[in-house]
Design a protein around this ligand. Sequence first.
Ligand code: P5A
Length: 440
Amino acid sequence: MRLSRYFMPILKENPKEAEIVSHRLMLRAGMIRQQSQGIYSWLPLGKRVLDKVNAIIRDEQNRAGAIELSMPTLQSAELWQESGRYDAYGKEMLRIKDRQDRPMLYGPTNEEMVTDIFRSSVKSYKDLPLNLYHIQLKFRDEIRPRFGTMRSREFMMKDAYSFDLTREGAEHSYNKMFAAYLRTFDRLGLRAIPMRADTGPIGGKLSHEFIILADTGESEVFCHKDFVDFDIPGAHTDFDSVEGLQAIFDKWTSLYAATSEMHDEAAFNAVPEGDRLSARGIEVGHIFYFGTKYSEPMGAKVQGPDGKEHFVHMGSYGIGPTRLVPAIIEASHDDNGIIWPASVAPFDNVVINMKAGDQACDDTCELIYAALTKAGKDVLYDDTDDRAGTKFATADLIGVPVQIIAGPRAVASGEVEVKDRKTGARETMTIEAAINRFVA
Ligand code: P5A
């Protein structure tokens, strides 16, 4: 992508409305724009990161056996009347009427809708277990939307829903998502700790929130510090192994970890003082087991091996991609801007032409840009006629992992400078060596 033809509206000044660093940097880097309170457009740079986050989420959902579909944002109130949540959900639900005066709503979550899909076609235990997910916008009319897309009113959610014949089966389904979440957050460059949490309006008695420790987090959390170094399940984890997944769950729940709503002071005090971590955190995921809470009132049942009908045991599993993007920034930035983990960086490299219009600089940049692009890399080429200082500041701000800098002096001796955004380390190398290093 040539920067001269791209749309990346950088802000020079710090926006006044931004209270936390991720919000400030997302606005300054031209990633998002607020359209009305708590409702955002994702501008091209932001959209690239969001898509990469979603690709990792999707990959891990698929690995764990979940199946993607797409459900609408607008839902009929009738479904929610069946489950009893239409009235219970309260003011957070945006209620709308269509032209025939039929009550509709902008979905804050999809338990009812997916239960309706399930009951319309699944009739036998032989079709279980089943886990269906989508990545879709949601709307919650939050009292206090804030911190940009961290807590917005319209936001994206990956929501998965599992269906099992028995409670034991549902526990295995829960463990699959538990392990998939550990892997997902790890691939996003984050350390998320599962903590016992309040189930709120989703319901049920069992739930875990996945929390990233951050001073700017909205949740108050308490946990054993060893979680920070626990091993993440590997890529070859067997998601069909009941014992294997139970062992992962048992290990990751063997020490104290709870959000403030579930906090048990006495149990926490039993943790040796030096091992206690009392901190703030960002909730990036939340998984629930709620048994037959929706299947019973909505009549979602299957025929079991005993020939009798059974209400299915369900769970639901949420991740907030539009919250994850600022969470990643909270965890990875410096005074100059964002430092993207390679897995979600909007571009792999940025080629900086320090003197656009200078034939040798232009030729060198074009050569590198073409070679890396051909190799399938996402490359941003700063071909604008801005001052070199402005270009460096922009490249640091948007956090692309590698900067390849072509200035007249280096280019004259067939060289470029390569800067690692994270460490700041600079290295001079031949043009060919730079290409060879980054096509790999
Ligand atoms: C689980 C999937 C649910 O809604 N139903 C379907 C369950 N869970 S949840 O905890 O309420 O939300 C899941 C995740 O969505 C993100 N999230 C938000 N992100 C940005 N702005 C918001 N206002 C917002 N509300 C929820 C969080 O990451 C949460 O863990």
